[in-house]
Design a protein around this ligand. Structure first.
Ligand SMILES: [Fe+2]
Ligand SMILES: [Fe+2]
Length: 325
């Protein structure tokens, strides 16, 4: 029989007890707290995510924290029973676990929980898929259209995987949503800046493929996705280059290199290769806009109206204005 879940992330209010089942994601061991070590992680369910700090019980020690961390780290994406309290720290609502650490040593059996309580995606993946398809169909040159369509068709999990571990679009379907936003922003900017000539087909191809390598960065784990060794060893640009290389014979000379250059340079001035074409700059700016606005928006959602706070995702101070009626 499935274990009941009657408290969801979206129901959690400050200073209440939290007793429910959640996915534990992204555990990291930090220095601090009364035992010299604590665990920072994220709890999630179908309604969203919340930060969680595991301080351990008074009688425990750093070894207990490390043991719990090792267990969580090898069961990322699994469901655990969480016994803790909610609190507000730096204007952010989070869950703290002290005495309730025993339930974190063993995840619940996947068969004992209902998947529909845990698969979190804030957007409609069907609509995102339709948006990407219509974007590819806007490419007029049939060989470039076929090239982009074949790569997306081959890219395992493109419509399911997140775009990041923790930062922007770190949810199921996040990679495809971010890709759709980047293509939309790049095309809108191209339409607004009429005095500059863009190669529209190359702009769309580069925008749709810029992060394609992230398909190789995440593996399904439990009900979530977890970054694999390839992500930390190679990043996402090298795998992206490898994925598009396999289809290079579909394109004429020169076209392939222009699209490859967009993938290679989309991190802008801080990347190894800086953008050198109009289309590469346009994709870089669109990428930055989609990523930054999501990071700031998620940071702001964690604080109250009229409050300031530190944005972990955006890496800077954020402020949430009072809502205007
Ligand atoms: Fe990227
Ligand atoms: Fe991106």
């Amino acid at each position: 029989m499935n274990i009941m879940k009657d408290l969801f992330i979206s129901d959690i209010k400050p200073n209440t007890s939290v007793n429910s089942i959640f996915i534990v994601e992204a555990p990291s061991l930090r220095n601090g707290g009364r035992h010299g070590k604590y665990i920072n992680c994220t709890l999630s369910d179908r309604t969203g995510k919340i930060s969680c700090r595991i301080w351990g019980r008074n009688s425990g020690g750093a070894e207990e924290i490390e043991r719990i961390f090792n267990g969580l780290n090898s069961n990322v994406g699994s469901v655990f029973h969480v016994f803790g309290e909610s609190e507000t720290y730096n204007n952010e609502l989070l869950v703290r676990i002290t005495d309730g650490v025993d339930s974190l040593t063993e995840p619940l059996n996947e068969e004992s929980v209902s998947p529909e309580n845990f698969e979190y995606t804030p957007f409609d993946i069907g609509k995102i898929r339709a948006g990407i398809t219509s974007c590819i169909l806007k490419i007029e040159d049939p060989s470039i259209r076929d090239f982009v369509g074949s790569i997306i068709g081959d890219a395992d999990g493109f419509f399911e995987k997140p775009a990041a571990r923790k930062k922007h679009h770190a949810f199921r379907g996040g990679l495809a949503l971010h890709t759709l936003e980047v293509a939309g922003i790049a095309l809108t900017n191209r339409d607004r800046i009429e005095s500059i000539s863009f190669d529209r087909d190359i702009l769309i191809a580069g925008a749709v493929l810029h992060d394609i390598g992230k398909c190789r960065s995440f593996d399904r784990k439990g009900f979530g996705f977890s970054a694999n060794a390839s992500y930390s060893l190679l990043g996402h640009i090298t795998p992206g280059v490898q994925m598009v290389e396999r289809h290079r014979d579909k394109l004429e000379n020169g076209v392939f290199e222009q699209i490859l250059h967009i993938i290679q340079s989309h991190h802008g001035q801080y990347g190894e290769i800086k953008p050198q074409t109009i289309e590469a700059w346009a994709v870089h700016f669109a990428d930055n806009m989609s990523a930054t606005l999501h990071e700031v928006s998620e940071d702001i959602e964690r604080i109250g109206f009229g409050e300031s706070g530190w944005g972990d995702k955006s890496g800077g101070p954020v402020f949430r204005p009072e809502s205007r009626k």
